[in-house]
Ligand binder design. Structure first.
Ligand code: NOJ
Length: 547
């Protein structure tokens, strides 16, 4: 008898990210809501994922679509109420789905009560909850820091005649985590949700909320070295050594982890951090020297490189090498900040990407709609919602294209909105993709070989196969350049994954195995015993072979 193996949801499972505005609108006002998510939980559970991560649904003026939180312990009326969230938690747990929320520690909305108090006067007890400074020596902002969304990171407050710091929009003032009262207040927020039954958090801008204590200028980025963030010329003109990734953040994460661990005695709770740091050792430091900080720093390296076998393999191998002993990896290919996978790589390669994501070692995060191959939507300038292109003047930075409403079926309105209050279908908050009649859940559910079919097969195979959930990873050195090949192995079960990254057939002659059993191909039309010397992969084909 083999020992039963432990299945820990955040390690061995798959996380499905839901952007609540865009998933399902139950109320018929054109904006998705929590009741809509509840209505679609059977779909999510049948898909075969293990957890949902719900992007911010807290009260917010929506300057940054919920990442400007005005009350961390409530739900925006657009999305429902605290009771709807309780019902969502209950309905998800009944289906063995864990629930993660976004935790946004680095800033609040300017309309948050804390900031309202803070900006009321220089002597307000909450003044020091945010970062306020006098003008700098040249009469301008206190230092040279820049906002990621464009312009200086400082906004002048005419009433109290000081500047406040905002790493993102001016409507998102940065909290001052060096003030112990701020830390306590934010930890209470974490407790509030853990008490309500939330299983974990995605920590927004997790590398950003501790800054240089004396706010020194950032040095210039003289060689224009790739910073690896959003390639925004102005922002990239500096090395962000003083306004992000300050080592003092680790002490906060140790405390946060201790808090999570307290609650994990009952059942495992979890944090994944949005860490846009592309120096591997700095990135890995967020696990903590004793694996006592965040459970996983999010790994976004694959999103930022071209779709080439050698580059992807290089990044995966670098990640594996950078992991501290005992630390668990993770991979992201899509989210609400990144263009759709099927638009970045093309529809055929998106199938290969699905196999990559679900067969690498580590926790995959799957962005809603990628399982039906959703594409970027072209949003005309006058309908643009995202503040980023508007503030930076760079339309190419818009995140609207990847946030369009989920395409549930082929009817007008794509099944996104429930019955409209006044009869007619409401206008959705963002346009649907014109190809929704082809790319939708209902159509693909009945279509053998569809993208949805592929995702379900991959998710099923992954769940049934410890080599994929728990196994070791080893890259193959003898695959041809267009092919990324690796082995996943657990308890004597050995799987070979071969992924053809290019649009021509590739003959793989040099793999060290003569014969194997194909468990799954991205074309879904090939399985069973097969000779491997040679093996011909069709354009963009990926295969999982038991060898
Ligand atoms: C990262 C989030 O993913 C992004 O959507 C948001 O705009 C910024 N953090 C600010 O919270």
């Amino acid at each position: 008898m083999t020992e039963p193996i432990e299945f820990l949801w955040w390690k061995h499972g798959v996380i499905y990210q839901i952007y609540p505005r865009s998933f399902r609108d139950s109320s018929g006002n054109g904006i998705g809501d929590l009741q809509g998510i509840i209505e679609k939980l059977d779909y999510v559970a049948e898909l075969g994922v293990d957890a949902i991560w719900v992007s911010p649904c807290y009260p917010s003026p929506m300057a940054d679509f919920g990442y400007d939180v005005s009350d961390h312990c409530d739900i925006h009326p657009l999305f429902g109420t605290l009771q709807t969230m309780d019902a969502l938690l209950q309905a998800a747990h009944q289906r063995d789905l864990c629930v993660m929320l976004d935790f946004v520690p680095s800033h609040t909305s300017e309309q948050h009560q804390w900031f309202q108090e803070s900006r009321a006067s220089r002597s307000n007890p909450k003044r020091d909850w945010y970062t306020w400074r006098d003008t700098g020596p040249d009469g301008g902002p206190p230092n040279n820091w820049l906002s990621i969304f464009g312009g200086p990171a400082w906004e002048w407050d005419a009433h109290t005649r000081q500047y406040y710091l905002h790493t993102y929009l001016k409507e998102q003032p940065d909290l001052n985590w060096r003030n112990p009262a701020v830390k306590e207040a934010m930890f209470s927020v974490v407790r509030f949700w853990l008490e309500r039954g939330v299983d974990g958090f995605r920590v927004d801008a997790a590398h950003g909320f501790m800054k240089d204590p004396v706010l020194r200028d950032n040095p210039p980025n003289r060689n224009n070295a790739a910073i690896g963030y959003e390639s925004m010329d102005a922002y990239d003109s500096q090395l962000h050594v003083n306004d992000r990734g300050h080592p003092d953040i680790h002490a906060v994460y140790r405390e946060l982890r201790a808090l999570l661990d307290e609650y994990s005695r009952a059942r495992p709770r979890f944090t994944v951090g949005e860490i846009h740091i592309f120096d591997w050792s700095k990135w890995a430091s967020y696990y903590g020297a004793n694996l006592d900080e965040i459970h996983m720093p999010g790994n976004f390296t694959l999103v930022r490189i071209p779709w080439r076998a050698s580059l992807v393999r290089g990044k995966v191998d670098e990640l594996e090498a950078a992991l501290p002993a005992g630390a668990w990896p993770n991979h992201v290919l899509g989210n609400h900040d990144e263009h759709r996978i099927a638009s970045r790589y093309g529809a055929a390669a998106a199938r290969t990407a699905a196999m990559l994501l679900l067969t690498l070692r580590g926790t995959p995060t799957l962005y809603y709609g990628d399982e039906i191959g959703m594409l970027n939507v072209t949003v005309p300038a006058e309908k643009c919602q995202d503040p980023w292109p508007q503030r930076s003047g760079k339309p190419e930075l818009s995140r609207d294209p990847q946030r369009s409403p989920m395409q549930w079926d082929a009817r007008p309105g794509a099944g996104f909105s429930g019955p409209a209050v006044h009869g007619d279908l409401p206008e959705p908050w963002l346009l649907f993709h014109p190809e929704y009649q082809r790319l939708n859940v209902a159509t693909q559910r009945d279509e053998p070989g569809s993208m949805l079919d592929l995702y379900r097969c991959l998710l099923r195979l992954r769940r049934e196969t410890p080599a994929l959930t728990h196994g070791e990873y080893r890259a193959l050195d003898d695959a041809p350049p267009a092919v990324y090949g690796y082995l996943r192995e657990y308890g004597g079960d050995r799987l070979l994954v071969l992924l053809n990254f290019e649009g021509e057939s590739k003959q793989v002659t040099s793999v060290s195995f003569d014969y194997g059993e194909v468990l799954l191909s991205t074309t879904l039309d090939r399985d069973g015993a097969e000779g491997l010397d040679p093996m011909v992969l069709r354009p963009y084909e990926g295969v999982i072979i038991r060898v």
